[in-house]
Design a protein around this ligand. Structure first.
Ligand code: VGL
Ligand code: ZN
Length: 213
């Protein structure tokens, strides 16, 4: 077994609501689950994130009468896309995908718990006011390299990667182990470019499996 010492795998939001039949299903989202399972044994540390919203979360269109899913609103000076209700705390939709191997997960990071602000990144809320504690956890475990995959490429994966790179981790996105929303056509492609501009290395699943760290 090739163990990537000092490397952590971060599984972003592999939850029922982002997969087939979910309320915010990402096209082909389920396809990444077997890849997540195959990657996990190669890493020293495995982190999973869960979007974990209260029912009255301000990112839900349903909490803004007269407004529609997909609209952008300004909330506390930040642009906020309005989403269908999703990943409500303790609901089936918020659970990790049933086929995801959870036996190797060392830590779960819950995000988006404050009703007043969204949190796409695994590290900070969208205003960068509050940390989730993930960066400290990784540093305490001597992690220098992070490999990120999951849902959705153009939201939570992108912001997690950019924050990780900005925090100084050698950051890799396993791009074919991610799926995106593409609310506007081209968003996924743009998000890949943005990640690269922030110093994120774009890799494929096979590169990671084959790479001898
Ligand atoms: C996400 C939209 C809303 C994501 C979470 O996981 O990418 N997207 N909440
Ligand atoms: Zn959310």
């Amino acid at each position: 077994m090739i163990t990537k010492t000092q490397s952590a795998l971060i599984l972003v939001d592999i939850q029922n609501d982002f997969c087939g039949g979910g309320s915010l299903a990402v096209p082909d989202g389920d396809a990444i689950v077997p890849l997540a399972n195959q990657l996990q044994p190669h890493f020293q540390l495995v982190i999973a994130t869960q979007d974990w919203h209260p029912q009255d979360h301000m990112s839900f269109a349903s909490n803004h009468p007269g407004h529609q899913v997909g609209e952008v609103m300004v909330l506390n000076d930040l642009n906020q896309v309005l989403w269908p209700n999703h990943c409500v705390q303790d609901s089936h939709g918020a659970e990790l995908h049933p086929a995801l191997d959870i036996t190797r997960i060392n830590k779960i990071v819950f995000k988006g718990v404050d009703r007043t602000i969204d949190s796409y990144s695994a590290f900070f809320d969208n205003a960068h006011l509050r940390s989730t504690g993930l960066a400290d956890y990784l540093k305490e475990h001597g992690i220098q390299d992070v490999y990120i995959m999951g849902l959705a490429t153009d939201y939570c994966v992108k912001f997690s990667c950019i924050d990780a790179a900005t925090l100084g981790f050698n950051t890799h996105v396993i791009i074919d182990a991610c799926r995106g929303i593409d609310l506007a056509v081209g968003d996924i492609q743009k998000s890949i470019q943005e990640m690269e501009e922030h110093g994120v290395t774009v890799l494929k699943f096979q590169d990671v499996i084959a790479k001898d760290f």
